[in-house]
Write a protein that binds this ligand. Sequence first.
Ligand SMILES: [Zn+2]
Ligand SMILES: [Zn+2]
Length: 255
Amino acid sequence: MLIYKKICLKCNKEKPVSEFYKVPRNKDGLHSYCKECDKIAVSEYYKTDNGIASLSKYQKSEKGIAAIRRAAEKYQKSEKGIAAIRRAAEKYQKSEKGIAALRRSADKLKSEGYYRFGNGAISNMRQGAKKRGITFSLNVVELKEWWNDTSDICHYCSSTLEQYVELRNYVLNYKGTNPKIRKFMRYFKNTRHAAISTMTIDRKNNELGYEIKNIAKACWVCNFLKSNFFSEEIFKKIAPEIISELREAISEECS
Ligand SMILES: [Zn+2]
Ligand SMILES: [Zn+2]
């Protein structure tokens, strides 16, 4: 005999069998409460101590963990979930931890040369070139190869990177009054410039744009000083004198 309707033991209403959950162990294979009443009863149960305890036990079980994971995956793909994830990401990026993580990933890019010869350097130089109306024809592959094949020695004053950093640190920390040293302080007024700890990329011939044949590694002082005023040839003669004058002034201070 087929039953099409059943009376709910809770609300006493007669409802179609589709309104009852299936329970195989019951005689008629259906729950004694209708779905609506069952939902209420379940939510009431999970407010009791027993309910809370059994829920927490379930959540720690293998089955429970798998169910939670499935629900989370479903939620993360829903519109609501995507919006919540975006909100959380924005909040995280503003948090101390998020800022630190962002800084770490920026440091990683930096250590990989992103801003010296990678895409960061390319886009910076291209932007600067565009502003000044200079042609630009470098790509990241040739620039990287050039950078790695060119030693870290200033094309103009012949300082090594270590020598340059040492001079810079001395000038940056100088508290004395010697004008021969003090006049170099203006090279590092801008904190971004003071932070330069690698060789910079200079265009040898100011008339030409950024192309492999026209670039050289230069220390920041030479790059700044040469600017657009000196030709490569002339500046190669001037730069060593300027730097050795600074070195002499420093060694006089130190003696
Ligand atoms: Zn009912
Ligand atoms: Zn130099």
